[in-house]
Design a protein around this ligand. Structure first.
Ligand SMILES: Nc1nc2c(ncn2[C@@H]2O[C@H](COP(=O)(O)OP(=O)(O)OP(=O)(O)O)[C@@H](O)[C@H]2O)c(=O)[nH]1
Ligand SMILES: [Mg+2]
Ligand SMILES: [Zn+2]
Ligand SMILES: [Zn+2]
Length: 466
């Protein structure tokens, strides 16, 4: 363990020094006592064969015998007592070590079993953040706050404050920041708000410019907030404030404006259920569509997204980015109200797939287990709702005796893509993401916006959705 701004536990530092100290001291006493007798023997003068020296000789001999006895018997006592001392402390220390290793292991295994980790707002997946000392005047950073040489259940910071070393006794309530070390040696230190152990669910939105990712984020969050199946809450005041403002704007029909950040921070909120042990922390990622624009460097940019630990993705499609659809409805590609997404929303998907395969082990196999919600947005326009909406899917289900409405949505949407000349991308989607599901939504009219999220959650977190 790296040096911590804390006082080493008795069992890892001072305990040994104390033991060594008492052993040394008691030997010192012994030699001192024996030395005194030698001194007294010396004071009796040299041994002599004279009669008048007999008493002195006897005294001298007595002191010598006494000195030797101190050495021999005292030494024996010393060995016996020291061994007992070592045995006693040793047993105590071993007990403590077993306790500490057990707690350390429990902490690890528990978090591994429940898949609990921290997702920093800028995508680092970390096991243990840096915790700040709870004494505000001190604020020292503890980067390995777990059971160890500085303490088992608690540790004492250099300032004297007691800090819990495990999630069991309140460690997660300390202020904490990301501990990821950047390639240049600096530490990320983005604030991570938890309060307790939470299970992260990470869902990025894929889709080119103006497909409606940001509108989707707003409408989806609103619907999730209103859903009575769970308790909703923001952890971060800034995100909460930002959401309220953009929701107000959105409801008044204002366009959220294009997102500029290629790699924005996660948009986070928590979901809680009485029946569930750990809150779920949902991390939505709404990047600028430019990230997916079919340029030569798109792959390099996409690589920076947290694909290696995302749970599922939402791929947002704007039907009006398809020329055949625009032609059918007489929509210009620069239409100001519909704002059709640019060409290339499908071409980029190929690039995304290639980048994933090259860079992320999860996607190496042709068939990834990662679920993909393919969302056709903007169906409030023209007769798209009649063709692809809920009634259409229900009718299709009964007419074709399908088991689920989901199967009906898939069939309708696949046919829609085929009819509009997008058969090849459809094939690629199905081959590379066998766990896919089509949805048709309207973000501006809040139509079926939470369906893709609920489906994804059912794929990745059945326990929570029970
Ligand atoms: N009619 C209609 N328009 C929509 C819908 N969803 C989004 N739009 C419009 O599409 C445009 C783009 O929406 P955004 O959410 O900003 O798109 P984006 O994908 O975030 O775009 P970038 O941030 O540039 O990548 C806006 O003008 C929205 O009003 C919808 O369901 N129906
Ligand atoms: Mg946007
Ligand atoms: Zn402190
Ligand atoms: Zn970080």
């Amino acid at each position: 363990m790296k040096a911590q701004p804390a006082i080493k536990s008795y069992y890892f530092g001072k305990g040994y020094r104390d033991l060594w100290g008492t052993i040394k001291d008691s030997w010192k006493h012994n030699t001192k006592d024996a030395g005194n007798f030698f001194l007294k023997a010396a004071q009796c003068g040299p041994y002599a064969l004279r009669f008048d020296a007999t008493i002195d000789n006897i005294k001298k001999m007595f002191f010598h015998i006494a000195a030797l006895s101190v050495y021999v018997f005292g030494g024996l006592w010393y060995i016996i007592l020291s061994s007992l001392h070592i045995l006693f402390l040793g047993t105590l220390f071993i007990g403590v070590y077993i306790g500490f290793s057990g707690l350390w292991l429990f902490d690890r295994i528990y978090r591994w079993y429940y898949k609990l980790f921290r997702a920093c707002p800028v995508y680092h997946k970390i096991d243990l953040p840096i915790y700040y000392c709870s004494n505000i005047k001190c604020g020292k950073k503890h980067d390995e706050l777990r059971p160890g040489p500085y303490g088992i259940l608690n540790r004492t910071c250099e300032c004297g404050e007691k800090l819990p070393t495990s999630f069991l006794n309140g460690r997660e309530q300390l202020y904490s920041v990301c501990s990821f070390e950047n390639p240049d040696g600096t530490i990320c230190e983005e604030e991570i708000k938890e309060g307790d152990l939470t299970k992260p669910i990470i869902i990025p939105f894929l889709g080119t410019r103006s497909t409606g990712k940001t509108c989707y984020k707003i409408a989806l969050t609103k619907q999730i907030e209103e859903n009575k199946a769970w308790k909703f809450g923001f952890e971060n005041d800034n995100i909460s404030r930002e959401f309220k403002l953009s929701l107000n704007d959105f409801k008044q029909g204002n366009n959220p404006g294009q997102t500029n950040e290629f790699l924005p921070k996660f948009f986070e909120f928590c979901l809680e259920k009485d029946t569930i042990k750990h809150r779920r922390k949902i991390h939505l990622l709404d990047p600028a569509g430019e990230l997916f624009s079919p340029t030569t460097s798109a792959g390099n940019k996409i690589k920076k997204l947290p694909f290696d630990y995302f749970d599922g993705a939402v791929y947002i499609i704007d039907p009006f980015a398809i020329k055949a659809v625009r032609d059918q409805y007489g929509v210009d590609e620069n239409d100001a109200t519909i704002k059709p997404a640019g060409n290339g929303q499908f071409e980029i998907f190929e690039e995304i797939i290639n980048t994933l395969k090259e860079n992320f082990p999860k996607f190496k196999d042709t068939q990834t287990k990662v679920p993909l919600a393919i969302v056709i947005n903007k169906v409030d326009n023209f007769d798209l709702e009649d063709k692809l909406g809920e009634q259409a899917a229900t009718d299709y289900k009964y007419q074709n005796k399908l088991k689920t409405i989901e199967a009906a949505y898939n069939k309708l949407c696949e046919q829609f893509l085929l009819d509009n000349g997008q058969g090849s991308i459809l094939q690629k989607l199905k081959v590379n993401f066998p766990k896919y599901q089509f949805f048709t939504i309207s973000t501006t009219e809040f139509r079926r916006v939470d369906a893709p999220f609920i489906w994804l959650m059912n794929q990745v977190d059945k326990d929570f959705m029970k």
